[in-house]
Design a binder for this molecule. Structure first.
Ligand SMILES: Nc1ncnc2c1ncn2[C@@H]1O[C@H](COP(=O)(O)OP(=O)(O)OP(=O)(O)O)[C@@H](O)[C@H]1O
Length: 235
């Protein structure tokens, strides 16, 4: 579905992605893990065309994405922190997105689960951080995209909302969707992931299936498997 080939990106003199190559297939959840500043968000923003790499290629369904836009309609993106117009109401935001897409929402599960419809009159600047996250999540899933890219999706969500989002991710994966998730919450990654991609200082330290990772380390939990595997690498 997505191929990343020899991706390099620097911000001034800081090399953030150092020759990253990986592929992501449909029908699975890939958790992109790694310490702060290891390049996780830069990698997903490169896939989304929000960061322009210095070199390397990104292919979506076999076609290079650089300077193209169409492929983005197949991707639902939930940013780490959603930025929306301060004075816009939640209802206006959803209407605006539907108008821009010229397409009715085909998946309103999270709108209902998070009871956002009852908050349509609230303006974005009055929302709590967690409610903003719920809005971002509902938007990401709204048009039933083939690929979901979720940047620390449960950060700031209350436990029930985080659980609901996890269930939604698993339901979409069961439909054959590809879900890329960055996270620092290992228990959550343990429950939802098919693959773990671990970035360290802009390089892929490893990219393995979760069962392989556990078998290789002899551990049952992802957190312990990572500790064993990365005992010489700071987390
Ligand atoms: N637009 C930018 N300009 C300058 N530096 C940037 C920019 N975007 C990211 N960086 C730097 O690139 C490095 C990697 O950032 P990135 O957000 O990809 O890390 P991350 O692995 O997602 O981190 P975290 O786990 O903290 O979210 C950091 O040192 C960050 O400060």
């Amino acid at each position: 579905m997505i191929a990343v080939e020899g991706l390099k990106k620097s911000f001034s003199r800081l090399e953030v992605l150092k020759n990253v190559s990986c592929g992501f297939e449909a029908g699975g959840v890939v958790s992109i893990l790694g310490p702060n500043a290891s390049g996780k968000t830069t990698l997903i923003k490169s896939i989304l065309g929000m960061v322009i790499p210095d070199s390397g290629n990104i292919l979506f369904k076999g076609r290079p994405v650089l300077n193209t836009f169409d492929y983005k309609s197949y991707i639902g993106y939930m940013p780490q922190i959603g930025h929306y117009p301060d004075n816009m109401q939640i209802g206006q935001l959803f209407k605006m997105v539907v108008d821009i897409r010229q397409q009715e929402a085909s998946d309103t599960d999270l709108l209902k689960t998070f009871r956002l419809e009852s908050m349509y009159q609230k303006t974005m600047r009055t929302l709590s951080g967690g409610t903003l996250q719920k809005v971002s999540a509902a938007l990401a899933f709204m048009f039933s995209p083939d690929v979901l890219i979720l940047d620390e999706p449960s950060a700031g969500l209350d436990p029930l909302a985080a659980e609901a989002l996890k269930e939604k991710i698993l339901a979409e994966r069961a439909k054959g969707k590809l879900v890329l998730v960055t996270s620092h919450i290992l228990s959550e990654a343990d429950e939802i992931s098919d693959h773990i991609l671990y970035l360290f200082e802009g390089r892929i330290e490893f990219y393995k299936t979760l069962p392989d990772l556990k078998a290789e380390t002899g551990e049952q939990k992802l957190s312990r498997a990572l500790t064993r595997l990365l005992s010489t690498t700071p987390c």
